[in-house]
Every structure is written in structure tokens, then in C-alpha cells.
Design a protein around this ligand. Structure first.
Ligand SMILES: Cc1ncc(COP(=O)(O)O)c(C=O)c1O
Length: 372
């Protein structure tokens, strides 16, 4: 039993996290989910180590549910039947590093290309894996500058190309086009190409957009990652990575002591996040995901418009939930946890309310009024 001072500290932490959750607009994570029917699992030990698709001696897992989550996204991302493999990760970062790892095993002497707007997990991955890389310029909307890709890749056209395509850049939700990437690289004579799609935020809804961005297996991706906590919603970070089975088999090792294959980055893995993601996709279905996206998109459109009407030059990419505006002041950044580089942004995710975005609009435009 904890002493009362420790109980008090827990209470304080709870209220502080609750308050921070209520004004959290600058980073994508869904709020307002209800996973109460799953709370009972927290009294059990769970560990998903090993290949979820293979039986093993270790049974304290949720592998069956993990496989259903992977199969759901394999279908959504148009993987040919039985040709994709995947697992539930710790988040988008692990998925990016995993994609780069597989790419390196396939093409050890490749050059990795990614745009300047790419998430820092990709630079971390190339550093960890000792990969040579080249940073490509971005267009002003965050999308890769394909002409710059061609210029950079032409200099080393005798080497395979691994490209990390952003399906929603962190700051502007710009989307790279995997079909275009393959085409321009082929045009300069590169045939050994591996494309990893980083769909951390947009993965769950990108396939449902009209026009659909080119990013999935049918569009030439070799591996795809998404974060589970960003759009679908989860109380802890999680994600899914999928890759072509043929590539994954290169990194497979059989581990006698667990009676299964080892194809994942971590050994012990979270058994709860696959159940959470399974619950999310089973309860929402594709229709529910689309409905949630539409609601978020309407609020993002409204917020952009309100900022514009009040003299703030806000904008967003087509079909994006990220509203981009000039950098905000320190106190607004801190209160609303607004991610800021050369621009600031807010991301409308499920659970974001009009009340919250109105309060942020008022904070930004109120400061502007005071300053003028
Ligand atoms: C484009 C992109 N990729 C990868 C990540 C990393 O995802 P995670 O935080 O789930 O590791 C992020 C996080 O914001 C991101 O925006």
C-alpha cells in the first residue's frame, strides 16, 4: 500500500496529465476514446514476443488479435493476398527504422533519399543502420521536390535507391507520391528501388481519400508504417508496420527457445496495444474511420477559415487535418503544446473540439490585436 504522500503525487500527476490532454492541439494524437471494456487486461501479464503469425511455446500473448490488425491494414493498403507481413510496433519511429533495416538487407550499398520535411526518426534510422543518405529539397507545401531527387540520384545512378516517402509530413501534412518517385528514378536508369511509406498520421485514412494519395503496395511501396495513437487513438504509443513478405524473410532468424521466428525489432513486445488497435478497427470499421476523418476535416477547414477571416494567414494541404500558420508566441506554444519550426501548426484529430480550436484562435488573434 502506498503512503499518502505517494498517493497524493499520483493524484497530482493524473490531474496534470488530464489538464495537458485538454489543451493539446499541436501534435497529432486522438483523444476521447473509450477502451474501458479492455481495462481488465491490465491485471494480466502479456507479451507478444516472436512472430505473431507463428505458433510458439510462449502463449501469454494477443497474437491472434495482432494478426487481425495487420491483415486489416494489409487489405486497406492493397497488399497482394498473403504477400505482406507485419506487426504492431511501439509507434511510427520503430516502423521507419524497421523499413530502413529491411531495405538495407536488400540493398546494402543503397543511398537513402528523404526530403527535408521528413520526421527525425528517419535520420535516426540511417545513423543507427550506418546508411549513406541524401536529403532532398521540399516544395513549399511539404511535398518532396522530385526534380531535386532526380538531380541527387543522378550523381549515384549506379547505386540502388531507398526512398522514404512521407504520407503526411510532420509539420505540413505534405504527401509524397510513390508512383512519381519510382517513375523519376526509373527514368534516370535506376532499377533497384525500395520505397518505404511513412504514413504515421495519415495511414488509417489515406486509402479513403479522394483523390487517393499514391503510397500503398499497389502504388509501389515496399513497406509502410503508421502510428496507432495519432488518428485511431490509444492511451499509449503504438503503430503498425507492414512489408512485403519476400523482403522480411531476409531478416528472419529461428529462435529455438521461443519456438518461433524473430522478425521484429524488439524482443518482448506490448500485448495490449494490438488489443486496443483491434478494438478500434472492429468498433469503427472503415465507415467509422471515414466518418471520423470527415468530422476532423470539417473542423480543420473551419479553423483555417476562421484564422484567415481574422487576418492570420493559415492554410492546409488538400484533405489535410493539419492547419499551418505563422509561428505563434511562446506562451501560446506552451499552453496549447504547439509544434513550431519555420511555421506553427495544429492538428485536428478525433476528440479535438470546436471549443478547443476556438480558444486557440482567440488566443492567437487576441495577441495579434494587442500587438497592433
Ligand atoms: C511523419 C511522421 N513520421 C513518424 C513519426 C514518429 O511517430 P511516433 O511518434 O509514433 O514514433 C511522426 C511523429 O510525429 C511523424 O509525424
Amino acid at each position: 500500500m502506498l503512503e499518502s504522500k505517494d498517493l497524493k503525487r499520483l493524484d497530482e500527476l493524473f490531474f496534470s496529465m488530464q489538464e495537458a490532454n485538454a489543451c493539446f492541439l499541436g501534435y497529432p494524437f486522438a483523444k476521447g476514446f473509450d477502451y474501458e471494456p479492455l481495462w481488465r487486461f491490465m491485471s494480466l501479464t502479456g507479451n507478444n514476443l516472436g512472430d505473431p503469425f507463428e505458433p510458439g511455446t510462449y502463449r501469454v500473448n494477443s497474437h491472434d488479435f495482432e494478426c487481425e490488425v495487420v491483415d486489416f491494414f494489409a487489405r486497406l493498403f492493397r497488399a497482394p493476398a498473403c504477400e505482406a507481413w507485419g506487426y504492431v510496433t511501439n509507434g511510427g519511429t520503430e516502423g521507419n527504422i524497421y523499413g530502413l533495416y529491411i531495405a538495407r538487407e536488400l540493398y546494402p550499398d543503397a543511398v537513402v533519399y528523404f526530403s527535408r520535411d521528413t520526421h527525425y526518426s528517419v535520420s535516426k534510422g540511417v545513423r543507427l543502420l550506418g546508411l549513406e543518405h541524401s536529403v532532398v529539397r521540399s516544395q513549399s507545401n511539404g511535398e518532396m521536390d522530385y526534380e531535386d531527387l532526380v538531380q541527387k540520384a543522378t550523381r549515384v545512378r549506379n547505386r540502388p535507391a531507398v526512398v522514404v516517402a512521407n504520407i503526411g509530413t510532420t509539420m505540413k501534412e505534405g504527401k509524397d507520391d510513390t508512383r512519381k518517385i519510382r517513375a523519376v528514378l526509373r527514368d534516370i536508369g535506376i532499377s533497384a528501388i525500395y520505397i518505404h511509406s511513412d504514413a504515421a498520421l495519415c495511414g488509417p485514412y489515406a486509402p479513403l481519400l479522394d483523390p487517393k494519395p499514391a503510397f500503398d503496395f499497389a502504388d509501389g511501396a515496399d513497406s509502410i508504417t503508421l502510428s496507432g495513437h495519432k488518428f485511431l487513438g490509444a492511451p499509449m504509443p503504438c503503430g503498425v508496420v507492414l512489408a512485403q513478405k519476400l523482403h522480411v524473410q531476409r531478416i528472419m532468424r529461428t529462435i529455438d527457445y521461443i519456438g518461433s521466428s524473430d522478425m521484429t525489432l524488439s524482443g518482448s513486445r506490448n500485448a495490449y496495444t494490438p488489443i486496443i488497435l483491434w478494438y478500434a478497427i472492429r468498433s469503427m470499421g472503415i465507415e467509422g474511420i471515414k466518418r471520423m476523418f470527415d468530422q476532423c476535416e470539417q473542423l480543420a477547414a473551419y479553423t483555417t477559415n476562421e484564422l484567415n477571416v481574422r487576418g492570420v494567414s493559415a492554410w492546409r494541404n488538400p484533405n489535410a487535418l493539419t492547419v499551418v500558420f505563422p509561428p505563434v508566441e511562446g506562451c501560446i506554444k506552451t499552453k496549447w503544446q504547439i509544434a513550431t519550426q519555420d511555421v506553427s501548426h495544429l492538428v485536428v484529430t478525433p476528440g479535438t473540439t470546436k471549443h478547443q480550436t476556438d480558444a486557440l484562435i482567440e488566443a492567437i488573434t487576441g495577441r495579434k490585436r494587442q500587438a497592433s
